[in-house]
Write a protein that binds this ligand. Structure first.
Ligand code: C2O
Ligand code: CU
Ligand code: CU
Length: 479
């Protein structure tokens, strides 16, 4: 998709400068899907991609619609969407619409919410996205390998009114482990990695390419949607000479704020929308640096200012707030309280998870678990007969204390709901924020709250795919 999708994304939300007056502009038609605006047909199949750019070998991938990342799915808030997924992979798959609050039967978890889509068959996903924002889609079957070979794409749900920015860009970030010949390295599901940080790769692409530079103009305001579609790589992004303002996390608008220490922490599966006022000098370049892993700092890309004079003399003073989504507000005073404890991994002192109460090899795929939630391990991707660890009464406010007793980071993801993050290690979070994927540092205790308003059996799992496959997964029921 690369620049093409960037320009598609950027066609909306045009702003007239001068009086700071927003001219209502018509939303562009959703590209490539003539008949019904929110209809898509997505084909999952093997393909080839030039990830490292011209002159470098191509990579055999598995892709949606033959592109890396897959077709950009643009939906509209409150408007029904119909997505037909056709499987030509030669193995079972499903599609999960990560972060979208939708009916359980559309959630794409094989065995739990739908039968797997067999190769040669299709499945029709239909739902009405209640929330505007940045989401993504990926398989929930053989997830580690299917995601790791390229099956992922972004979903943008448009706000009802355009947001006041000059350009709206998407950086879909993906980590790959490539061989010298350009192939995807084998060894998915390595036990050692599964018990540590997961399969972190050696190549990061931005919209499917190892990036060189992103062209920008002085004075413009960009809404930049960052999405981390990696299997395991956590990112901490800084933009030299710039002060990004975080306006949404996991698709949900938050109180606009600058990231702590100027670093945007982006765990696997997380999305962060920032507003970026281009206050650099025409003609100059500014690095975008990822320094999450100690000693492994690298430059992801750079902002390359063209020579044109600034678009405007002062940063735009339009408000940075995005319109709120219709999330039910939990009532903390009367909430039901539950605990979720994450256990296991290397250096856990649990002796390779020989603990009591473990459920072994529920997938029958011969994987013995190395992680657990509340003393139980569900391994694999989703399958029949997964018993819920907790059952919530529908409509109740729920307060969950999540404790990471392990020595590793975990982006914990809950399906079907968005969670208000209340506190971290006893300290209230300084900004209102809702997330579907909560990144937990080793030993973190995070309190979240939500209204259990979406009935069904929902996955809760770590989005480091090796961790999920190796037991860091559970099911929570809303009944
Ligand atoms: Cu993004 Cu259960 O997944
Ligand atoms: Cu999800
Ligand atoms: Cu994890």
């Amino acid at each position: 998709m690369n620049t093409e999708s960037n320009s598609l994304v950027s066609r909306r939300g045009l702003l007239r400068t001068g009086a700071g007056l927003l001219l209502a502009t018509a939303l562009p038609p959703i590209p490539g899907h003539a008949a019904e605006p929110s209809e898509y047909r997505i084909v999952a199949a093997p393909g080839r991609a030039r990830l490292a750019g011209a002159g470098r070998p191509e990579t055999d991938v598995w892709a949606y619609d033959g592109t890396i990342p897959g077709s950009l799915v643009r939906l509209r808030q409150g408007k029904r969407a119909r997505l037909v997924v056709e499987n030509r992979l030669g193995q079972d798959t499903t599609v999960h619409w990560h972060g979208i609050r939708l009916p359980n039967a559309m959630d794409g978890v094989p065995g739990l919410t739908q039968p797997p889509i067999r190769s040669g068959e299709s499945f029709v996903y239909e739902f009405t996205p209640p929330d505007a924002g940045t989401f993504w889609y990926h398989p929930h079957a053989n997830s580690l390998e299917q995601l790791g070979r390229g099956l992922s794409g972004a979903v943008i749900v448009e706000e009802r009114e355009p947001v006041a920015v000059d350009r709206d860009l998407l950086w879909f970030l993906t980590d790959w482990r490539l061989t010298d010949e350009g192939g995807i390295a084998s060894g998915f599901g390595n036990r050692m990695e599964a018990a540590m940080s997961g399969r972190v790769g050696n190549t990061v692409t931005l919209n499917g390419r190892v990036p060189q530079a992103e062209a920008v103009r002085a004075g413009e305001r960009i809404r930049l949607r960052l999405a981390n579609g990696s299997l395991a790589r956590i990112m901490a992004l800084r933009i030299e000479g710039h002060r990004p303002v975080i306006v949404a996390i996991d698709g949900q608008p938050c109180d606009p704020h600058e990231p702590e220490g100027g670093r945007i922490l982006l765990g696997p599966a997380m999305r962060i929308d920032i507003l970026l006022d281009m206050q650099g000098e025409p003609g100059r370049h500014y690095g975008v640096i990822d320094d999450f892993y100690e000693g492994l700092t690298y430059r992801l890309t750079q902002l390359a200012y063209d020579e044109r004079p600034p678009l405007r003399a002062h940063p735009l003073d339009a408000p940075a707030d995005l319109p709120r989504n219709p999330l039910p507000e939990p009532d903390i005073a009367t909430a039901d309280h539950y605990d979720l404890t994450l256990q296991g991994g290397m250096m856990s002192g649990m002796g390779g998870m020989q603990g009591a109460g473990m459920m072994h090899g529920m997938t029958g795929m011969g994987r013995s678990p190395v992680w657990a939630v509340n003393g139980m391990s569900m391994t694999g991707d989703g399958h029949a007969r997964m018993e819920p660890a907790l059952t919530f009464q529908r409509g109740r406010s729920i307060m969950l204390a999540m404790r990471n007793e392990t020595a590793w980071w975990h982006p914990m993801h809950f399906h079907g709901h968005s969670l208000a993050v209340l506190s971290r290690n006893g300290k209230p979070v300084p900004h209102r924020q809702w997330q579907d994927t909560v990144l937990m540092a080793p030993k973190d205790v995070v309190e979240v709250a939500f209204v259990a308003d979406n009935p069904g059996d929902w996955m809760l799992h770590c989005h480091v795919m090796d961790h999920q496959m190796a037991g860091l997964m559970t099911v929570l029921r809303v009944a």
